[in-house]
Design a protein around this ligand. Structure first.
Ligand SMILES: Cc1cc2nc3c(=O)[nH]c(=O)nc-3n(C[C@H](O)[C@H](O)[C@H](O)COP(=O)(O)OP(=O)(O)OC[C@H]3O[C@@H](n4cnc5c(N)ncnc54)[C@H](O)[C@@H]3O)c2cc1C
Length: 546
């Protein structure tokens, strides 16, 4: 075989694990190349809130241990098969801690997000959470690469960290909310005065990592789609890619890492594998999330698992097809709102984890489901990305948001069973008055309360629905990526159906069946796992973790 380029390790896709893998390969004295099919670096990771869920990380000190984290994952995830085997969970916990320290040694900056684990009351759960973020990053530092960093263009270009949105949402209710608004305002003024292009969230992690990768001379080829994997016998030896309009063969002496995301935007795969109804237009994943590398692995005999899962995140859609916002649990966890099916029955705990709520919508055949919102919610809180208390009249005029003076009239406007909705609202109001949700325990866990309104009594998440006007918005099981894919082991090696590893083929992130199984343990569970298994793959390929 003749090669156009030759490296020890080739990484397909510039997702979360790409730079952690490339730096680990370099540290072992070997060479690594990252190829990215889009013209911009960073994938959905750069679009994201930029949160990583990493157990036992340096910010937690004695508050966490590997045993405590394992207890949490084991009790929460249960037995979901080999994607989340005990060995993979333990590898994630052990190497995740190590990977963060490794990246910090290379100049990466993290800080604790103080975001409760999503099942904070579960055995081993932490009320202070295991989530990390990266502080604001001035993307001007990337020089000529500045405009080649991917970003979610629908997000306003405001220097704000993802967890500050929550406090901002309470700007009309709490001092913390007011101070956050002031802090973000001052940061915007600073940005303007200094010319710095400060960004938080996914741009803070992927921007900083890109800066480190460039400084450490990791070669990165953008606009270079991998088309296939090259094999000799039963081992992977390289990648067939397109670059500058030509096909090139890139040798990968020690291995290939697939870090090419999932298949959120592949209609055929979603129709084949996912619960119905499903629409690739409901996803927020980056446009490159098209699944061809999962398919390439399958052609080599790789097994796949959890293909019916996604990181569900219930959202509303405007009549023109654009996003109205993500609502569970940030908006729906606040007082004076519930989510119901067409019979008027509540679907679950509206302040709980979004992935679980999406699963419940499918199980209840509630696509769409309806958020039933009372006037005080609209007076005090945001809806999607609006400022607190803002309900634009064109939402009503366009039919995006329904408005009525009675619950029965609102039900009729939405096609919900009116008697069913009336009964549900009456029952919920009883719960709200005493602060006890006997049906779904809303407001009981630290995570629930984090999504509520701390100034509201007796339960931060429960408020009656009794003061007109009433509002309703249809919700869909949107997602921020798929969660099933190639089956991998504790070394990130891609496995065949019989459990044997395909030599020199590794995968991480949404290209794999997630180590998190069918749950989302905490903010950043998807990106944390992608970073960690990218790092693990590099260690294994370079011989330092076999
Ligand atoms: C708005 C938003 C907010 C989110 N917030 C968070 C959060 O805070 N924390 C969290 O954990 N998760 C979050 N998520 C989900 C998370 O971003 C994704 O699950 C995660 O980033 C996936 O990472 P990855 O490493 O698998 O790949 P990605 O980051 O998606 O990158 C994959 C890359 O591979 C490229 N690629 C695909 N095919 C090829 C090919 N054939 N050749 C070359 N390149 C290819 C793609 O173009 C893409 O750039 C969020 C997602 C969104 C959209």
């Amino acid at each position: 075989m003749s090669w156009h380029e030759s490296y020890d390790f080739v990484i397909i896709g510039s997702g979360g694990g790409a730079v952690s893998a490339a730096l680990a390969v370099k540290e072992a004295g070997k060479s690594a190349l990252i190829i990215e099919k889009q013209a911009r670096f960073g994938g959905s990771t750069a679009y994201s809130g930029g949160v990583l869920w990493i157990p036992n990380n340096y910010c937690l000190g004695r508050r966490d241990t590997p045993e405590k984290a394992a207890l949490y994952l084991d009790s929460l995830l249960g037995d979901v098969g080999p994607a989340s085997s005990p060995a993979r969970r333990r590898a994630f916990i052990k190497r995740g801690t190590e990977m963060i320290d490794f990246l910090r040694r290379h100049g990466m900056k993290f800080k604790h997000a103080h975001w409760p684990d999503y099942y904070s009351d579960e055995a081993g759960g932490l009320a202070e959470g295991r989530s990390l973020i990266s502080p604001m990053f001035d993307v001007n530092r990337l020089g000529g690469w500045r405009d080649r960093l991917a970003r979610f263009d629908a997000w306003p270009d405001v220097p704000i960290a993802v967890q500050e949105f929550r406090a901002l949402g309470l700007a009309k209710r709490t001092w913390k909310g007011r101070f956050t608004a002031l802090r973000v305002g001052m940061r915007m003024a600073f940005k303007k005065a200094t010319g710095k292009l400060l960004r938080g969230s996914g741009n803070a992690i992927q921007g900083r990592l890109l800066e480190i990768a460039l400084r450490e001379r990791v070669p990165i080829l953008l606009s270079t789609p991998a088309q296939d994997l090259i094999t000799e016998g039963d081992r992977v030896t390289g990648v067939l890619a397109e670059h500058d309009g030509k096909q090139i063969r890139i040798e990968a002496r020690l291995g290939v890492l697939i870090n090419a995301g999932g298949f959120s935007r592949n209609k055929e795969m979603r129709d084949l594998y996912q619960p119905k109804p499903i629409d690739p237009g409901w996803t927020l994943a980056n446009p490159g999330d098209t699944g061809e590398m999962i398919r390439a692995g399958m052609q080599l005999g790789a097994a796949v698992d959890l293909m019916n899962e996604a990181w569900w995140l219930p959202a509303s859609m405007k009549p023109d097809g654009s996003f109205g916002g993500l609502h569970v649990p940030s908006d729906a966890g606040k007082p004076h709102v519930i989510i119901v099916d067409s019979n008027g029955n509540r679907i679950g705990n509206e302040a709980n984890a979004y992935m679980e709520f999406g699963q419940k919508m499918f199980a209840a055949h509630a696509v769409p489901a309806w958020a039933i919102i009372e006037s005080r919610h609209r007076r005090n809180y945001p809806w999607g990305s609006t400022r607190p208390g803002n309900t634009p009249e064109d939402w009503i005029e366009s039919g995006y948001m329904k408005r009525a003076e009675t619950i029965e009239e609102l039900a009729r406007l939405c096609g919900i069973d009116a008697a069913g909705l009336r009964a549900t609202v009456d029952r919920f109001n009883e719960f709200a008055r005493v602060g006890r949700d006997d049906d779904f325990k809303r407001g009981y866990s630290a995570y629930n309360r984090y999504n509520g309104d701390s100034s509201h009594r007796p339960n931060a998440c429960l408020g009656t629905i009794e003061k007109p006007p009433y509002y309703a918005v249809a919700l869909y099981p949107s997602d921020v990526g798929t969660a099933g894919g190639l089956l991998t082991d504790e070394y990130a090696r891609v496995l065949r159906q019989d459990g044997s590893a395909i030599t020199n083929l590794y995968a991480t992130g949404n290209s794999t069946a997630s180590v998190m199984g069918r749950h989302y343990p905490g903010a950043g569970a998807s990106i944390g796992a992608s970073f960690t298994f990218g790092y693990i793959a590099a260690l294994h390929a370079c011989g330092s973790n076999r």
